[in-house]
Ligand binder design. Structure first.
Ligand SMILES: [Zn+2]
Length: 341
């Protein structure tokens, strides 16, 4: 039996014919990277290849690395294997990686979503024989509502808190979710303040996307200045001493996990908004159908349930173990938070 075009080994997803890894989780010589979240862009590779918009993001996270940027649809060849990046719609610069060799095509999604968030280039289906997909929210219970409705709810929540003289604290990951929240906050309600991890990452992205003005919270920021305004903070700031400055405040989280009431209660958050940068159940199924692929490999999320369902639909579907963690992993690195707390 010939070696598959992509195999899963102890370092990551490996293309033996080209001698490169896709989103490896251990240090390797050459890595092709889907996007900037910590579980996909890891430290220690000798050479990184990624989408141009992800270059400043991973440099911000990983420091002085050897990285080259490519545009969507641009092909590059390594040992006769052709690679290209295609929009994944997950966060800015996020890409699916298309790999073609001897007439066979594989696509690795990284993380992705189908809804156009107005920030990242919208997801585009890519025809392939084998589709490697995440399934973070691969259960029928996950069903997203349009983001316009979610942002309308978030702005109403903020306005109601302001009317009560309270500060609104909204949690979202510093890369991706935070900018999606920022972009659609209604600045006629009040001012937007940020935690340092979010201010720093947003400043990296500002040259590429326009966002409303934000004010970084510093030692000199007082309760009175914050009152009635909104604060965007990473989830890790919840329960920290940093947040005491906001009293009186109310908290909210924007995540796909807010589908489950228990997820909000366990985190002791006052309000949950269901907003995800991943596909919901129907999104995954639609994406899979559109690729025309006969083989489906699920990498992270509800993989076993999802693969079983796909087999019932007639796909050749299986699960591979990886170290990707989807929305759970989109936490900031410890270092990033320590710098700004
Ligand atoms: Zn991600």
């Amino acid at each position: 039996m010939k070696t598959p075009l992509l195999v899963f080994n102890e370092n990551g997803i490996y293309c033996e014919a080209a001698g490169v890894y896709l989103d490896p989780w251990r240090p390797v010589d050459k890595a092709i990277i889907t996007h900037g979240h910590a579980d996909h862009s890891r430290w220690g590779h000798k050479k990184y290849i990624t989408h141009v918009s992800n270059v400043p993001i991973i440099k911000h996270r990983l420091g002085d690395i050897n990285v080259s940027g490519r545009t969507y649809g641009e092909t590059f060849t390594i040992n006769n294997v052709t690679f290209s990046f295609h929009p994944a719609g997950h966060i800015i610069g996020s890409s699916q990686i298309r790999v073609e060799y001897k007439g066979e095509v594989w696509v690795f999604t990284g993380d992705y979503k189908l809804e156009d968030d107005g920030i990242s280039v919208p997801y585009e289906p890519v025809k392939c024989n084998t589709f490697i997909t995440e399934c973070t929210f691969g259960l029928p219970a996950f069903k997203w509502i349009p983001q316009s409705e979610v942002f309308s709810d978030i702005n109403s929540w903020w306005a109601a808190n302001r009317a009560e003289g309270k500060t609104s604290v909204l949690f979202g990951y510093s890369l991706g979710k935070a900018q999606r929240l920022l972009k659609y906050l209604d600045t006629s309600i009040g001012e937007i303040y940020t935690h340092g991890a979010i201010e720093n990452m947003t400043n990296v992205i500002r040259p590429m996307i326009s966002f409303p003005d934000t004010t970084l919270i510093t030692r000199d920021t007082t309760k009175e200045m914050l009152r009635g305004n909104i604060v965007i903070a990473p989830p890790s700031a919840h329960g920290s001493t940093w947040i005491r400055k906001m009293v009186p405040y109310v908290t909210a989280s924007a995540s796909g996990w807010m589908t489950f009431r228990g997820a909000r209660r366990r985190r002791a958050i006052d309000k949950g908004f269901v907003l995800s940068d991943h596909c919901d159940w129907q999104g995954l199924l639609t994406a899979i159908q559109e690729t025309g692929a006969e083989k489906i490999i699920s990498t992270h999320g509800y993989t076993d349930i999802f693969s079983k369902y796909l087999r019932e639909l007639g796909f050749d579907a299986r699960t591979e173990k990886t170290q990707y963690e989807g929305e759970l992993a989109e936490l900031e690195t410890k270092k990033e938070n320590e710098e700004v707390l």
